[in-house]
Structure formats: structure tokens, C-alpha cells
Ligand binder design. Structure first.
Ligand SMILES: NC(=O)c1ccc[n+]([C@@H]2O[C@H](COP(=O)([O-])OP(=O)(O)OC[C@H]3O[C@@H](n4cnc5c(N)ncnc54)[C@H](O)[C@@H]3O)[C@@H](O)[C@H]2O)c1
Length: 385
């Protein structure tokens, strides 16, 4: 069986190791922190025990998976890997240092990948002597449960390497999509308005958190409302992604972060992990009631949804991915109830353009500019599918 080395035994590294070992790969998990290695190993044992208890797998399978994973602090154990996936702290300089060490240990044909969420693959790949063997493999959290993986070639990547990496991840029973090396790839780019527009609606005083969340679930069919989800992700983490995407797009106003979220993050109101965010999670405190007004609820959903559709259409316009991959990414990476481009067809491209133009006319902000693709399609009476 092929061998995977995972660098970083944190949340993502541990999950990726489980995925590959479950598919029969031999896995080496490395971390520079001994305590983290211990925690990662214990958490995998716990996960396996739970899967056996729930009768999802038998004891022998669990033992087999655990037996295929080795934990080590010593990078020398990366020797003879077919694939290396780096999942360490999101810092370019530290990642670049790690890659120059790794390259000296592994075989010349080992494929080297990063799980980065927000750094450019081109910039990480530049630290390798042979950047043609480098590619982005972006998992979602929790890696064993989320089916989607974004495969991101860097400009330097050899297409054959990209294809091989994609094949392997497909064999790990993941759904892969190909994305261009641009900020946020597919999911973290297209999803921005889910948070940003909801925050804007709140800031304008149109509705409170609970009403916006209720509307998105009740009339949009989303599993979680934006504020619940931001509290779940962590306002610090979500804010940083938004700010990074904004900066990386050379300050395109469409991705402008929200002061509401910045203040929540600054105040340490991070969400579930700090006990309080948009909602108070203390024991005995009940969540606030939504104002269940259907007309208002539908207006909220229309506004957030059309902004999401615009973002998806623009990603297609700029060839970030195919329409099928954009729709698959949002349904499998963040559990949207429908692909956004399919949704656009159902609502009608003309409806989307009209809604966006009305927002633009009202606000005169670039944030609401309609994607040229939607406008072009509307003029020709076209649909996405
Ligand atoms: N958490 C998510 O939701 C998520 C989702 C997709 C991608 N990512 C990306 O995955 C990467 C890891 O994220 P995470 O949430 O698992 O972080 P984490 O903080 O849980 O784990 C990172 C681990 O890397 C280790 N580490 C740091 N420097 C190291 C080095 N030089 N050598 C070996 N180990 C080192 C740390 O000790 C830590 O255990 C980041 O690039 C992040 O952007 C995270």
C-alpha cells in the first residue's frame, strides 16, 4: 500500500490521517509538539472505539486502521512516502521552512501537498527545489466526515502530479473538485456573502440574529443560520478568513469585512468555544426567539441568496472551477441545500440580475455589482444547465 506522511497532528492532520488509513494507506503523522502527538493518537483511538460501539466498523477493522498509523516527532520517518500532506499552522514562512526540510528527506517522485486554507499555493511551492511536484489538497473540517476535497494546482504544478493526487484522494472515497489558486479557492470564496450579507442585514437594523438565522433555515433550507454557524466556526477564525480573502483580492469591496464581526472577535466573543458569541451558550440561558414574519424572512433569504449566486456565477466567469464543481463544492463542502448555479436556474437568471441591480441602485456600492456572466446570460436568455 502507498504511504502518506502528514505533517501537523492538529485538527486537520489527525482527520486526514484517519481518512487515508481507513482507505488502507500506511500513514506517518508528525508534529513538532510531543503533547499534540499524544492527543492526536488518543483522539484517534477514541474515534475508533466510538465507530465500533456504533457498529459502523468491527474491532478488527479499527485495529487495522490504528495499526497503520505511526506517530513521530522525527521528520526522517517521511522517507519513502508516496505523498506528504502538510497541515501545520497557517504561516507562510513556517510552511516554507518545513517544505525545504521535507524535500531533502523524501524520494524525488514523492508528491508534496499543503492543506492551506488561505495562502497561495504558488507562494508555498516557491520554497521547493522542484515545485512541479507540489499541489494543494484542501480538506474540510472534520476531514473524516466532510466528503469534499478541493484540489488546487499551483502555477508550477505538473498536471500529471495533480491528476495522481486527485486519483488518490478519490480513492479515499472523497469527492474532489478542481479549483484555481485564487483566494478562498471555491468554498471559502463563494460562501463569503452567507456571513457578510447576513451581518450587513443585521447592521442595517433590518432583523436580529435569531430572525436572520430562522429565515435562512425556514425559507432557504440551510442547515444552520449564518450567526449560529459563525458561532460554531469561531468569530476569530471566520473574521480572519474574511479579512484574508479581502486583502488577497486587493481590497475588492465585495469582500469587505464587517465591523460587527471584528468587534465580536476583539471582545473575545468567539462563539461556542468561548461560551458566548452572537448567542449566549451559558447553562440555563435559552436562545432568543426569532420574529417569525414570513415576508421579512423571505426578503432576507432572497438578499443573501442572490449575493451567493452572484459570487458563484463570478467564480465561473473567472474560470475558478467548472459549474458542476462549484455546485458540488457548496453542497458537499458546506452542506448548502442546493448548488447555487442550479438554484439560479430555478429562480431565473433574470430574477437574479434584477434583484442585484435593485440592490446596486439602492446602495450604489460595488459590493452589489452583478457578475458580467449573469448579465450576459440574461441578455441571451440562457441558463446554467
Ligand atoms: N481547522 C480547519 O477548519 C481547517 C480546514 C481546512 C484547512 N485548514 C488548514 O489546515 C492547516 C492546519 O490547521 P489545523 O486547524 O489542523 O491547525 P491546528 O492548530 O489544529 O494544528 C496545527 C499543528 O501543526 C503543528 N506544527 C506547527 N509547526 C510545525 C512544524 N514545523 N512541524 C510539525 N508540526 C508543526 C502544531 O503543533 C499543531 O499541532 C492550516 O493550514 C489551516 O489553514 C484548517
Amino acid at each position: 500500500m502507498p504511504k502518506l506522511s502528514v505533517i501537523g497532528a492538529g485538527t486537520m492532520g489527525t482527520g486526514i490521517a484517519q481518512v487515508a488509513a481507513t482507505a488502507g494507506w500506511d500513514v506517518v503523522v508528525n508534529d513538532s509538539n510531543e503533547d499534540v502527538i499524544e492527543k492526536s493518537s488518543q483522539s484517534l483511538v477514541k474515534v475508533m472505539n466510538r465507530l465500533v460501539e456504533k457498529e459502523k466498523i468491527d474491532q478488527q477493522t479499527a485495529d487495522g486502521i490504528l495499526g497503520r498509523i505511526d506517530f513521530t516527532e522525527d521528520p526522517q520517518h517521511f522517507e519513502n512516502s508516496d505523498l506528504v500532506i502538510e497541515a501545520i499552522i497557517e504561516n507562510l514562512e513556517i510552511k516554507q521552512n518545513v517544505f525545504s526540510t521535507v524535500e531533502k528527506i523524501v524520494r524525488p517522485d514523492t508528491i508534496i501537498a499543503s492543506n492551506t486554507s488561505s495562502l497561495s499555493l504558488a507562494s508555498i511551492g516557491a520554497s521547493l527545489d522542484d515545485p512541479t511536484r507540489f499541489v494543494g489538497i484542501h480538506f474540510f473540517n472534520p476531514a473524516p466526515l466532510m466528503p469534499l476535497v478541493e484540489i488546487i494546482p499551483a502555477v508550477q504544478s505538473d498536471p500529471k502530479i495533480v491528476e495522481q493526487a486527485k486519483d488518490w484522494v478519490d480513492n479515499w472515497k472523497k469527492l474532489t473538485v478542481l479549483a484555481k489558486d485564487t483566494p478562498g479557492f471555491i468554498v471559502n470564496r463563494v460562501a463569503r456573502p452567507f456571513y457578510g450579507e447576513a451581518l450587513r442585514i443585521y447592521e442595517e437594523g433590518i432583523a436580529d440574529f435569531a430572525t436572520i438565522d430562522w429565515s435562512m433555515k425556514e425559507f432557504g433550507g440551510f442547515r444552520m443560520g449564518p450567526f449560529e454557524l459563525m458561532d460554531f466556526i469561531g468569530n476569530d477564525v471566520n473574521y480572519t478568513v474574511t479579512e484574508t480573502v479581502f486583502q488577497s483580492f486587493f481590497y475588492d469591496p465585495r469582500y469587505k469585512p464587517s465591523f460587527t464581526q471584528k468587534r465580536m472577535s476583539e471582545a473575545g466573543l468567539l462563539g461556542r468555544k468561548s461560551g458566548k458569541g452572537y448567542y449566549d451558550y451559558s447553562d440555563g440561558i435559552s436562545l432568543p426567539e426569532a420574529k417569525k414574519d414570513e415576508k421579512l424572512g423571505r426578503q432576507i433569504v432572497d438578499r443573501v441568496l442572490v449575493m451567493l449566486i452572484n459570487e458563484a456565477a463570478d467564480a465561473l466567469f473567472l474560470n475558478i472551477a467548472t459549474k458542476e464543481d462549484i455546485d458540488l463544492a457548496m453542497t458537499k463542502g458546506v452542506n448548502y441545500p442546493k448548488g447555487l448555479l442550479k438554484w439560479a436556474d430555478e429562480l431565473g437568471v433574470n430574477w437574479c440580475v434584477d434583484r442585484l441591480d435593485r440592490l446596486y441602485d439602492e446602495y450604489r456600492e460595488d459590493r452589489y455589482r452583478c457578475s458580467p456572466l449573469l448579465r450576459r446570460m440574461n441578455n441571451k436568455n440562457q441558463s446554467f444547465y
